[in-house]
Design a protein around this ligand. Structure first.
Ligand code: ATP
Length: 531
């Protein structure tokens, strides 16, 4: 079963080093996160998988890596200077700032309805290029990678001799000065984007839009994001930008957050290439564009069939890596009962939980809102024991929960029972898992076992074929749990039999089944299963 609350995933991601708050030792920076040792592996694996599926496994795509800093005119003619804005309001009571379209007329901080009129706030970060900060030095950090593709359209076309339809894929950082970053990786100010601009003959865009929708849904399923939890939202005409013919938003059902956009697939007409092109008047554009007096290049394609220059139409699938990372973790997350706890031990947890919630319900130490959320969550856990036992830990990590008396006592009852009877496991697709194999010696003070185990780890990892680790810091059972929790698909144990017959025990993360495999055959055995 996937995660039932975002807290479970947030807590695991922090505890095990997937994600750290940026500049944490100085109090952090709001809306910015760092990917830790496991996070960077998972993130890289996701990005590589997207690249493989969209560039290597298709024959109509090229790749690109454009710079983050660009000439300011890019953002003038793309329309971002004028329209990349969110409506901002101030709460006159507590002075906080919000995005007007997300708060339903009431300040989420203090509840006041005394808000200013919404005014546009441009989300692009500004900087200066070079040592003299005058008007010529002014630049933006890109809020999307797409514009780097459009302004390189003619370069890619002339250096690759591509014919329509074809696409350009790019992975890179985007920066948005979000008014209210929140929900962990979901809304941040710096993030990686997965973007494709697919160029088609005018008149064929509807067909290609549909094909990309199907293709992208297949990819999401292939990385383990269930089709059941994705809804396709056909954005109503009234909500579309003037140049957009149609947009499908893929909405993923995140625990706690509900359905939220994970990818947008937009049919953008000839707006983008037309906006950045010179000689616009002679191009017969269908989109309404601002007159461009700066571009040096006509962004057209010569169609050999009609002997005419045309401005291709664009279909754009665009997703954020962070939202994808979060969805992959939520899907993979599982808390499994390995064996049921004894009745009397469970009763002790129930009593401690009831006492804790009673105290929480009366506590003056936290806000009414936090108290209600805490009690509601605790009651849900109470009715779902023993299977909800591992969730006690994330209950105790909720805002203000540590202010409640009896929290220590509850943890003292719940934690040992959870450790003994449950395992947290990430059922990641093996090819996405940060670590593919963990190698353990049965005894850490036996030289033969240790050196064989270390040798296996080294040979598995040589040539960069897979990430493998060696661990001897606990009993085997504990080491298994540690790897389950981070999604390592295979654990290899070197025991005394290994020294005799050159086999090791390979234990499968999902089934927990074990089999003996010859050391000489390990590489092939694992690679076959890392799909
Ligand atoms: P939203 O309406 O949620 O602000 P958007 O419609 O502005 O998103 P797009 O401009 O379509 O988003 O960006 C493409 C993708 O980039 C989104 O589908 C999302 O996955 C990701 N993305 C956008 N903004 C953020 C953000 N602040 N933090 C993390 N990912 C983001």
């Amino acid at each position: 079963m996937p995660a039932t609350s975002l807290d479970q995933v947030v807590s695991l991601a922090k505890r095990r080093g997937f994600i750290f708050p940026s500049s944490e030792i100085y109090g952090g920076l709001q809306g910015v996160f760092d990917y830790g040792p496991l996070g960077v592996e998972l993130k890289n694996n996701i990005m590589q998988d997207w690249w493989r599926a969209n560039v290597y496994e298709r024959d109509d795509m090229e790749g690109l890596d454009a710079a983050i800093l660009m000439n300011r005119l890019v953002w003038k003619y793309s329309g971002h200077e004028e329209t990349f804005v969110d409506p901002m309001v101030d709460c006159r009571n507590c002075k906080s700032r919000w995005r007007a379209d997300q708060i339903h007329g009431q300040c989420p901080n203090c509840g006041s309805a005394d808000l200013t009129e919404p005014r546009p706030f441009n989300m692009m970060f500004k900087t200066a290029v070079g040592p003299i900060a005058d008007a010529d030095a002014f630049a933006y950090l890109r809020p999307e990678t797409a514009q780097g593709i459009f302004v390189n359209f003619a370069n890619v076309l002339s250096t690759t001799s591509r014919k329509l339809p074809f696409g350009i894929a790019q992975i890179g950082k985007g920066f948005r000065n979000e008014i209210n970053p929140r929900n962990f990786l979901f809304r941040v100010r710096e993030f990686d984007m997965l973007e494709i601009e697919y160029f088609v003959m005018p008149g064929t865009e509807d067909e290609w839009h549909q094909r990309w929708l199907d293709d992208r849904l297949r990819w999401w399923a292939s990385i383990g994001v269930s089709r059941e939890r994705i809804q396709v939202y056909d954005v109503p005409k009234a909500d579309l930008a003037h140049y957009s013919k149609r947009t499908f938003d893929l909405m993923y059902n995140y625990p706690t957050l509900g359905y939220q956009e994970i990818e947008g697939i937009a049919s953008r007409s000839d707006f983008d290439l037309g906006s950045h092109s010179k000689d616009q008047d002679s191009l017969g554009l269908s989109a309404r564009v601002s007159p461009n007096s700066h571009s040096t290049t006509r962004l057209t394609y010569f169609d050999p069939t009609s002997n005419k220059h045309v401005v291709p139409f664009v279909v754009e699938p665009s997703a954020g890596v962070g939202r994808c990372f979060l969805a992959v973790l939520c899907e993979a997350y599982d808390e499994q009962m390995v064996k049921p706890p004894a009745d009397e031990k469970l009763a002790a947890v129930s009593d401690a939980l009831a006492a804790y919630l009673k105290s929480a319900g009366k506590s003056e130490k936290i806000s009414a809102e936090a108290r209600d959320a805490l009690v509601a969550r605790g009651e849900a856990i109470a009715t779902d024991l023993p299977s909800a036992l591992p969730q006690v830990e994330s209950l105790l990590a909720m805002v203000g929960a540590d202010q409640i008396e009896l929290g220590k006592k509850l943890r003292g009852q719940a934690q040992p029972l959870t450790d003994e009877h449950f395992r947290t496991v990430l059922h990641l697709r093996p090819r996405l898992a940060p670590i593919k194999a963990a190698v353990f010696p049965l005894k850490r003070n036996h030289e033969g076992l240790v050196s064989l185990a270390k040798g296996i780890r080294k040979s598995l990892q040589s040539g960069g074929r897979m990430r493998a680790v060696y661990d001897d810091t606990g009993a085997i059972g504990k080491l298994y749990r540690r790897q389950d929790e981070i999604g390592t698909p295979f654990c290899l144990t070197v025991d005394f039999q290994s020294l005799e017959d050159q086999t090791v025990t390979v234990r499968d993360r999902d089934t927990m089944a074990q089999e003996r495999v010859l050391v000489a055959e390990l590489q092939g055995y694992l690679e076959e299963r890392l799909v």
